[in-house]
Design a protein around this ligand. Sequence first.
Ligand code: SAH
Length: 249
Amino acid sequence: MNHLKNNLLPEMVEIWQQTLNWQPTTQQQEQFQQLYQLILAGNRQLNLTRITESEDFWEKHLWDSLRGIAPKQQFIPSLQAGASVIDIGTGAGFPGLPLAIIAVNSKIVLLDSTRKKINFIEQIITTLALTNAQTLVGRAEEIGQQIQHRQSYDLAVIRAVGTAAACAEYTLPLVKTGGLAVIYRGNWTEEETTTLQNAANQLGGVIESIEEFTTPITNSIRHCIYLRKVVNTPAIFPRAVGIPTQNPL
Ligand code: SAH
């Protein structure tokens, strides 16, 4: 019985309502639960996540993923209208899979350089019947230079992939002019703002806003940085594989 109880995700209807001014439908709640169970099962073979306890999973994977796309407690409007979205370095599918569950009109591309993680995500997409989600194996540095992907997304999201400057170089080349890149972070410093401003500037973006908040259960600190793409990214970016981290902007 204990085992069963631990595998049940809390619903947290009130917290969703208070923090994001939103609640999952019954179907979305079922998809969250399925996602949780599939990741627990997948974790036995693949090293997907250390966040496995149900409340932790709810807060640090589900809530955190959706909070990032809801600046000022409202989901980014284009997500409802049908945006084209890419999650770079999605790992076990965060923040991309929760986005795909809530933004049914949008197309979500889940990119990771690790084939076995993408294979696992493929199984999740099939089981959850997420017809709006697609996977892509590759490095952000290569995908960002491909004509079919470059400057073609309304929104790019990135969590726990690298320094802010590297995240800017991975995301901004993929975003359309006028589109948005969201960088999910824990702590954040003034110094990082200066570095990121400089990197974004070279890539055709500006820092539109920085939101600081705490997670609703454990009060952990979070920051989301919103970069607006204002002009085309120069053709030299993203640079070759490895360069954005070895020689950051
Ligand atoms: N975004 C997820 C996973 C973070 S772990 C989460 O927040 O839980 C970082 C992931 O990024 C790994 O799965 C790794 O394979 C991938 N990754 C790192 N550098 C990358 C790159 N340059 N292009 C594509 N994927 C990358």
